[in-house]
Design a protein around this ligand. Structure first.
Ligand code: PGA
Length: 263
């Protein structure tokens, strides 16, 4: 199943950083930087995942300047509408041209007590609204020591894909919790092992076609200096980038990983 042509996806998860004014400056500068560097549009899909309050502004800018970045949100409600103070519906995100939504990031699992059931409900809410869920899974250091590198991620993804139809488009992101924002990056071999196991989960739940087309990303302290080593692995199709997605030159260098290290 590895080796299929899947468009690499470099996704910037801004988390709670950059307000809507900073977002405009950032997106314009990133676009110019990639243009100046003659980045070949389409060879790598670039995704921007800003805070909710930036999305309308970024959508308008992408549209007006014909900037070919994909847009996504960092979370959504399990509900469609109603008395859910503070929540944001997938319907609203779809109307803002969001193509993607991150679901089950470890910070949501940890700080907002998101269970596997909530994650699965959010995956359904995304698909109902035509959004591609970017399903995040990953183990803590204790879990890795207790049950090995793959068990937690496999269980989390299996739960998240419950009830998902075989023709659904999903993206999977393997983010070991111990590697997020710590500078302690997983080795490409470690990440490949888990990403291959996650592709097997997609094969077992959604079928071989889905496994062949589904992009599996690695996330956790990805930088311009290590991205190429991950992208060489057969089951790693891109990266979910946190801290390094907030620095234009660094994020641009990650997007242009083919240029600065031969692959
Ligand atoms: P990081 O975050 O790149 O800052 O480690 C990755 C993520 O949480 O998506």
């Amino acid at each position: 199943m590895a080796g299929m042509t899947r468009t690499p996806f470099i996704a910037g998860n801004w988390k709670m950083n950059l307000d809507h004014l900073q977002a405009v400056a950032f997106v314009q500068k990133l676009h110019w930087t990639l243009k100046d560097a003659k980045h070949e549009e389409g060879s790598v899909e670039v995704g921007i995942f800003p805070p909710f309050t930036d999305i309308r502004t970024v959508q308008t800018l992408l549209d007006a300047d014909k900037i070919p970045f994909s847009l996504g949100a960092q979370d959504l409600s399990t509900h469609e509408s109603g008395a859910y103070t503070g929540e944001v519906s997938g319907q609203f995100l779809a109307k803002l041209d969001c193509g993607y939504v991150i679901i089950g990031h470890s910070e949501r699992r940890q700080y907002h007590a998101e269970s596997d059931e909530v994650v699965a409900a959010k995956v359904q809410a995304a698909l109902t609204n035509g959004l591609v869920p970017v399903i995040c899974v990953g183990e803590t250091l204790e879990e890795r020591e207790e049950s090995g590198p793959t068990a937690v991620s496999v269980a989390q993804l299996t739960a998240a894909l419950d009830g998902v139809p075989a023709d659904a488009d999903v993206v999977v992101a393997y983010e070991p919790v111990w590697a997020i924002g710590t500078g302690q990056v997983a080795s490409p071999e470690q990440a490949q092992e888990v990403c291959a196991a996650l592709r097997e989960v997609v094969a077992g739940t959604l079928g071989a076609d889905a496994a062949a087309r589904t992009r599996v990303l690695y996330g956790g302290s990805v930088k311009s200096g290590n991205i190429a080593s991950f992208m060489r692995e057969p089951d790693i199709d891109g990266a979910l980038v946190g801290g390094a997605s907030l620095v234009v030159d660094e994020f641009a260098a990650i997007i242009r990983y083919q240029k600065h290290v031969g692959v």
